[in-house]
Design a protein around this ligand. Structure first.
Ligand code: GLA
Length: 391
C-alpha cells in the first residue's frame, strides 16, 4: 500500500472497527533533572501534546508505517533481520525487538504516526516508543502491565537506540495524571501523584523551542552518566564501602556525608556532577513540599535554581538555552523555568501565570530573537496544560 492508500483506509468509516488510535503525551520535568540515571528523585508532568498513532493490524509481521512529520517510511517484516536506519523508523523496530524477547509476534502494523512539533527535550522518543509498544502488544493480544511497558521502553532506548537513559521520561508518560504532579523515587520506584491544591494559583506550562533541534544519541549525555558513575565508584572506594560492579554503581548509593568528606579528592568535573546530583535531590524534596502547600512561587524559584545548577554544575545547556534561561529569570509572569530534558539544544519549559502569558511571550520572543535573529523562523512558544499518561 502507499501512504495515501493507508491514510484513506484509516479515514474510511467502513474500516472503523479495524482502525485503532493510541496517544502518548510528551513530558516536562520541572525538578529532578539528570538524576534519574543515578537513581535520584524526580518530578514530572505529562502535557497535552504528544504522539498519535493510527493503525490497523497486518498479517505475518508485516510493517508499513508513515510519518506525518518526517519523510520516509518504516517498512519491513519483524521476522526478517533489521538493519538500523538511524531514522525515526528505528523506533518501531526497537519496540518489536524488545517485545520479542518475551513474546511471540505474529502480527505487524500499518498506519500513520504524527507528533506535535514542538522541538526536542520533551521526550518525544519515549512517547513514540511507548505508543508503538502499546500498538504492537494490542495487535498481538499481549497484555502489558504499566511496569512491564516501562521496562520494555527502557530496554529499547538503552539497548537498541543506544542512550543510557534513566526512568524519568517513560514514568512521566505512563503514570502522570491531569492536574497532578508526579513524584517518583527512581531507586525504589515509589510513585506519588500530588494533586494541584485548590489554594494554588492557576498556571500553564510554556514550551519554548530554542529553534535548534536536539539529539541525545551522540551528545555528551552518556559521558555525563559515566562521570556520575565514576564519582560514585571512587567515593565508595575512598570510604571503603563495598562497591560491587561499576555498571551497578550510582550516586544514590553514596551518603551525602561521604561525598562531603572525599569531594576534594575527586576530579573537579566529577565533583561538580555530584554537586548537581545532591543539590537537585534536595530541591525535589523542597519543591514537592512547596507544591503540596500550593506555594507556586517557591516551586518556581526552585526550578530556576535547578536550571542554574544544570548549567553551572552539570554543564549542559547550549548557548541558546543559557540565554533563554537568563531571559526567563527576568520575565514577569514566569514562576520558574529551565531547559527541558537533557539540555543539548531543544526546548525550555516554564511555569507561567496565564494572566501574564501574552506579555511574557512577547518579551521572551523579542529578547531572544534580538540575540539570535537567524532562528526567527524556527523559534516557537506553545502553552500547554497537564495531561494523563498514555491512553
Ligand atoms: C533525558 C533522558 C532522561 C533524563 C533527562 C534529564 O530526557 O531521557 O532519562 O535523564 O534527559 O533529566
Amino acid at each position: 500500500m502507499s501512504k495515501e492508500e493507508i491514510k484513506s483506509f484509516i479515514k474510511n468509516s467502513e474500516n472503523a472497527e479495524k482502525v485503532h488510535e493510541f496517544f502518548c503525551p510528551y513530558r516536562v520535568c520541572p525538578l529532578g533533572a539528570h538524576v534519574d540515571h543515578q537513581l535520584g528523585l524526580v518530578t514530572g508532568f505529562a502535557i497535552d501534546k504528544g504522539t498519535k498513532f493510527s493503525f490497523f493490524e497486518a498479517d505475518n509481521c508485516e510493517v508499513e508505517v508513515y510519518s506525518e512529520n518526517f519523510e520516509g517510511s518504516a517498512l519491513g517484516n519483524f521476522n526478517e533481520e533489521y538493519e538500523r536506519q538511524y531514522t525515526w523508523a528505528d523506533y518501531l523496530f526497537a519496540a518489536a525487538y524488545v517485545l520479542r524477547k518475551s513474546y511471540i509476534l505474529t502480527k505487524g502494523v500499518k498506519g500513520v504516526v504524527s507528533g506535535a512539533v514542538l522541538g526536542g527535550g520533551l521526550s518525544s522518543s519515549a512517547s513514540v516508543l511507548l505508543t508503538y509498544l502499546k500498538a504492537l502488544a494490542f495487535v498481538n493480544d499481549i497484555n502489558l502491565t504499566s511496569v512491564e511497558l516501562l521496562n520494555l521502553a527502557l530496554d529499547a532506548e538503552r539497548n537498541f537506540i543506544g542512550v543510557n537513559v534513566g526512568k524519568l521520561d517513560q514514568s512521566c508518560e505512563i503514570f502522570s495524571r491531569k492536574n497532578n504532579l508526579l513524584y517518583l523515587d527512581t531507586k525504589t520506584d515509589s510513585a506519588k501523584l500530588i494533586k494541584i491544591p485548590e489554594s494554588m494559583p492557576d498556571f500553564e506550562i510554556a514550551v519554548i523551542f530554542s529553534g535548534l533541534e536536539r539529539k541525545l544519541a551522540g551528545s555528551a549525555y552518556n559521558m555525563r552518566v559515566d562521570e556520575c558513575k565514576a564519582a560514585s565508584y571512587a567515593l565508595k572506594g575512598f570510604a571503603h564501602i563495598e562497591y560491587g560492579k561499576f555498571a551497578d554503581s550510582f550516586l544514590r548509593d553514596v551518603p551525602y556525608g561521604v561525598f562531603l568528606q572525599y569531594r576534594d579528592r575527586l576530579p573537579a568535573n566529577w565533583a561538580k556532577r555530584a554537586d548537581h546530583f545532591y543539590s537537585e535531590n534536595e530541591r525535589v524534596k523542597k519543591g514537592v513540599k512547596a507544591f503540596q502547600s500550593g506555594d507556586l512561587k517557591e516551586f518556581g524559584r526552585l526550578i530556576f535554581e535547578s536550571g542554574r545548577s544544570s548549567i553551572e554544575k552539570y554543564e549542559t545547556g547550549s548557548d541558546e538555552l543559557k540565554v533563554l534561561q537568563d531571559i526567563m529569570e527576568d520575565t514577569d509572569g514566569i514562576y520558574g523555568g529551565r531547559f527541558s530534558g537533557a539540555g543539548f539544544n531543544g526546548c525550555a519549559m516554564a511555569i507561567v501565570d496565564p494572566a501574564k502569558k501574552d506579555a511574557a511571550e512577547k518579551k521572551i520572543r523579542s529578547e531572544y530573537l534580538k540575540r539570535f535573529p537567524e532562528l526567527s523562523s524556527r523559534f516557537n512558544i506553545v502553552f500547554c496544560r497537564t495531561a494523563d499518561g498514555i491512553s
